[in-house]
Structures are given as structure tokens and as C-alpha cells.
Design a protein around this ligand. Structure first.
Ligand code: ZN
Length: 335
């Protein structure tokens, strides 16, 4: 609840059929704030002020009498408790069947080709487009009909139906899913490569805790090559980068979600029983102090576990994936 009574720039909470306007009793158009100001579009009587909105229509501002209505309960009524994240075995099964219901759009196939992956690798890694024709709720319903409980599966959440009930859904911003696998190959989470990158190029399929959703945390991805030629385990930033690098290196590559979320890479490296680790963060490790700090702490942490640590060095390209795909020489130096 807000302690200070800001007015009038406080955000209005829209009324809904299950949470109607306290003034006119209708479930649309009007809004209210957490401190008892109601902006009713229908009833002028009893209002203290009329505001002309951008669309030229009046909005009647009312103060709610204290005690007349339980505002916290009214606001609360909109939220659905978060679910506890399901164990990885469960997430893996749901995500596998979820991805099977989807297809990969040609433009996304093209993007993955451009990064240096073959059709076979694209198929094996399991990328799929966020569906563009079938509605999310319909796909959720198919999963539920298959016997799955979507509670506890990051990315899925509940929406309110027009008559107050709830149904399962997920975000449909265009892009494609990148499976984030653990050391056993199980899909623990999904990352999305977004078509529209204003909110970030890569976003996790996670969240909406106030709508019955849950968080997947920041898991590290383990990419495996067709055939292991290099016994060292490499660490880079980004699951897709790890997939591409793994193919070129013939090594297991752990992809942290970002340079600064390297910590989950440690248990992955230990589970893989690695003896030697090569760090291949982006080349801005040389210029970005935050990445440089991440690199140093990661190095120290790996050494604490008795691992031999090296660093990959290359020129020109920012990421190890692009360097390898372009045939640029990558040297490994002991640190
Ligand atoms: Zn109203």
C-alpha cells in the first residue's frame, strides 16, 4: 500500500467485471487508486471534480468515504498467488511436449542458419517459434488435456476470463524459444530470442508471479556437441552462443544467461566432472568493468574448486560463436 498520498499522477487501477467501479457498479471504463480516489466515467453526482480526458470525455473524480469499501481487498482480488516452481523433471516433460506443439517459422530458421547451425542441429536443439496462429490459451488447453498441470512451469500464468473465471496462457510476443538444458539434457527453462528487441534481445520465459506464474531463476545452459573432441568444458554467456560454440569446438559449452549470472554455471561444470575449464565471455570483458569483474570472480570460484582455468582469446568478433563461425583463430591461455 502507498504510504504517501500522491495525487493526481498516481496510476489508476482499471475496474474489471470481478472488481467493479465502487461508484457506478460497472466493470469497465472507470478506475481507482490505492488511496481511495475513483475516476468514474458515468456518475457525476457526488464527485468533487470533473477532468476532461484526452479523448474529450469527462471523468468524474470521487473520493471514497473511508471504510465504505475495503480497498486492499479490492486490489488484492486481481492477483492470483504465485506457484512454486516445479522440479526439473516435471518442467522438462511439459516443455518438451509444449515445443512439440509448435513449429519453427522460416524467418527464425534463417536466423539460426545465419549463426552457423545446420538444419539437423536446429532440429536436435529444439528451437521453436512463439506461436503466431494458434492462441496461447488454446495451446495451454491442449497441454492440460494431455494431463499436464501448468502450475509451477515458468512462463505459464493465469488470465481472468470476461466472466471472472481464470484460464492458463503465456506471452505471445513474437520470437523463438531456446531450450535451456541442464547437464543431463533436461529442459529446465526457455529463453526467447525476441523479434522486437526493445525490451532486450533475449528474455526468459518466466514470471507473472501475481498471475499464478513462477520464476525459472537464472539457470545455465549445457550445450553438447554431436561428438566430444575437446574434453575441456567451456563457459560462455548466452545459451544460443553455447549451442553454436559447442558445435564448432566439439566441446561441452556451458552458457550462462549473461556474464553477470555466471554462478549457476559452477554446479553445471562440477556435475560435468570437468577438470579444465576455458572461459570465453564476450570480448567486452576487456572494456566493460562489470563483465571484467564477473570474469575475475568466476575465475576465482572455478579455481576454488580445484579446476584448471584458461581463457579464450580471439580478435574482431565480440562473441566466441561468431569468431568460430567466421573461422577466426581462437587461442587458449592459462590464467
Ligand atoms: Zn464508474
Amino acid at each position: 500500500m502507498h504510504a504517501e498520498h500522491r495525487y493526481p499522477d498516481e496510476d489508476f487501477i482499471p475496474v474489471k467485471p470481478w472488481r467493479p467501479c465502487p461508484i457506478c457498479g460497472k466493470g469497465d471504463w472507470c478506475g481507482f487508486t490505492s488511496f481511495g480516489l475513483v475516476s468514474c466515467m458515468r456518475i457525476e453526482e457526488g464527485s468533487f471534480k470533473t477532468v476532461i480526458q484526452k479523448n474529450g470525455k469527462p471523468a468524474y473524480q470521487h473520493w471514497l468515504e473511508p471504510g465504505r469499501i475495503n480497498l486492499p481487498a479490492l486490489i488484492e482480488s486481481d492477483s492470483i498467488p504465485a506457484a512454486q516452481t516445479a522440479p526439473v523433471e516435471v518442467r522438462d516433460r511439459v516443455y518438451r511436449d509444449f515445443l512439440r506443439l509448435l513449429y519453427l517459422h522460416p524467418r527464425h530458421m534463417e536466423d539460426l542458419h545465419r549463426r552457423g547451425l545446420t538444419e539437423e542441429e536446429i532440429r536436435k536443439n529444439g528451437y521453436r517459434s512463439v506461436p503466431e496462429t494458434e492462441a496461447p490459451w488454446s495451446i495451454c488447453r491442449r497441454l492440460i488435456q494431455m494431463g499436464y498441470d501448468l502450475a509451477g512451469i515458468p512462463g505459464f500464468y493465469k488470465a481472468r476470463g470476461p466472466r471472472g473465471g481464470t484460464y492458463w496462457t503465456f506471452d505471445r510476443q513474437p520470437g523463438y524459444f531456446i531450450p535451456v538444458r541442464d547437464e543431463k539434457g533436461r529442459i529446465q527453462a526457455l529463453q526467447r530470442r525476441m523479434d522486437f528487441t526493445r525490451g532486450g534481445k533475449y528474455r526468459l520465459f518466466s514470471g507473472h508471479q501475481s498471475r499464478g506464474g513462477c520464476s525459472c531463476g537464472t539457470p545455465a545452459h549445457v550445450a553438447r556437441p554431436e561428438e566430444v573432441k575437446d574434453r575441456r568444458v567451456w563457459i560462455t554467456e548466452g545459451p544460443l552462443k553455447a549451442d553454436v560454440a559447442s558445435k564448432h569446438l566439439g566441446a561441452v559449452v556451458v552458457g550462462a544467461l549473461s556474464a553477470c549470472t555466471w554462478r549457476p554455471a559452477i554446479p553445471a561444470v562440477l556435475a560435468l566432472e570437468a577438470k579444465e575449464v576455458v572461459i570465453a565471455l564476450d570480448r567486452d570483458v576487456e572494456t566493460n568493468p562489470e563483465v571484467a569483474r564477473a570474469y575475475l570472480t568466476l575465475k576465482v570460484e572455478l579455481k576454488k574448486h580445484g579446476l584448471a582455468v584458461s581463457r579464450a582469446v580471439w580478435e574482431e568478433k565480440k562473441g566466441i560463436d561468431d569468431a568460430l563461425a567466421a573461422g577466426i583463430e581462437v587461442r587458449v591461455v592459462r590464467v
